[in-house]
Ligand binder design. Structure first.
Ligand code: SAM
Length: 225
């Protein structure tokens, strides 16, 4: 799989910039959850498959804002690389799915990492994956609405949500310490100028084909447009 770095100077006049990936049909969006989509399973080709029930977790308090779609592992790797995650950082993944970003960060970099998800099944899978990877002592998974999470302890925040959810998170992201990094898979954050974006070729979750995935990076203090 190849990784392509695309430099896009955020200070360049609008007319000189490539079309935003959000509006680009090559980046299919995970579907917004509906009542019956909240329990959707990941495709068999991607990531650990959900097991039957969520064990001891409390029931889901509301339908998630977006259904579960895992980030391909090479995109996870790129997200951690561009965020320059290093020893001593604390990483939060908002909507952590099966916990792969959190577990990868803890395993590779030995950092403390936290994942939050509304879906008890995802929290259960995340804890199982952390156990398998031997990083239970470094990671914490909480069944919690991401819009209720205090982000101030985080130095790195990772997102694979939707453009409008990224925008709704801006007030929380603005409370991050200066020098913190925010990385989003596939989706921009309207109203905030990113530092740069990259493309990574990886499998699409809906088809058995590769496609370009986008990785956006912002640094704090966020530069509002
Ligand atoms: C597209 S998946 C991304 C999973 C993981 N971050 C990754 O990149 O592999 C989005 C996840 O967000 C969760 N989610 C959606 N809305 C949420 C909310 N308001 N609070 C917490 N989790 C939410 C979903 O249950 C789902 O697992």
């Amino acid at each position: 799989m190849s990784i392509v770095a695309c430099s896009r100077d955020a200070r360049a006049p609008d007319g000189e910039r490539p079309a935003p990936p959000v509006a680009n049909a090559t980046a299919p969006e995970p579907r917004v959850s509906s009542d019956d989509a909240g329990s959707a399973e990941p495709p068999a080709t991607q990531g650990p498959v959900a097991s039957g029930d969520a064990g001891g977790e409390p029931p889901m308090e509301r339908v998630p804002d977006i259904e579960y779609v895992p980030t391909p592992q090479n995109v996870v790797d790129k997200m951690l690389e561009v965020a320059k995650v290093k020893k001593g950082d604390v990483l939060y993944d908002l909507g952590c799915g099966d916990g792969r970003i959190v577990v990868t960060a803890a395993k590779r970099l030995g950092i403390k990492a936290y994942g939050f998800d509304l879906d008890p099944q995802r929290i259960k899978e995340s804890r199982e994956n952390a156990k398998r990877a031997g990083v239970e002592h470094l990671v914490t998974f909480e069944q919690k609405d991401i819009f209720d999470v205090d982000l101030t302890p985080a130095m790195v925040v990772t997102l694979y949500l939707l453009p409008e959810l990224n925008v709704r998170l801006i007030p929380q992201l603005e409370k991050l310490k200066p020098g913190s990094r925010v990385v989003s898979h596939d989706f921009d954050m309207a109203g905030v100028t990113y530092e740069r974006y990259w493309t990574v070729i990886a499998r699409d979750h809906q088809t058995p084909r590769d496609r370009e995935h986008y990785v956006y990076l912002w640094k704090t203090p966020l530069r509002k447009k």
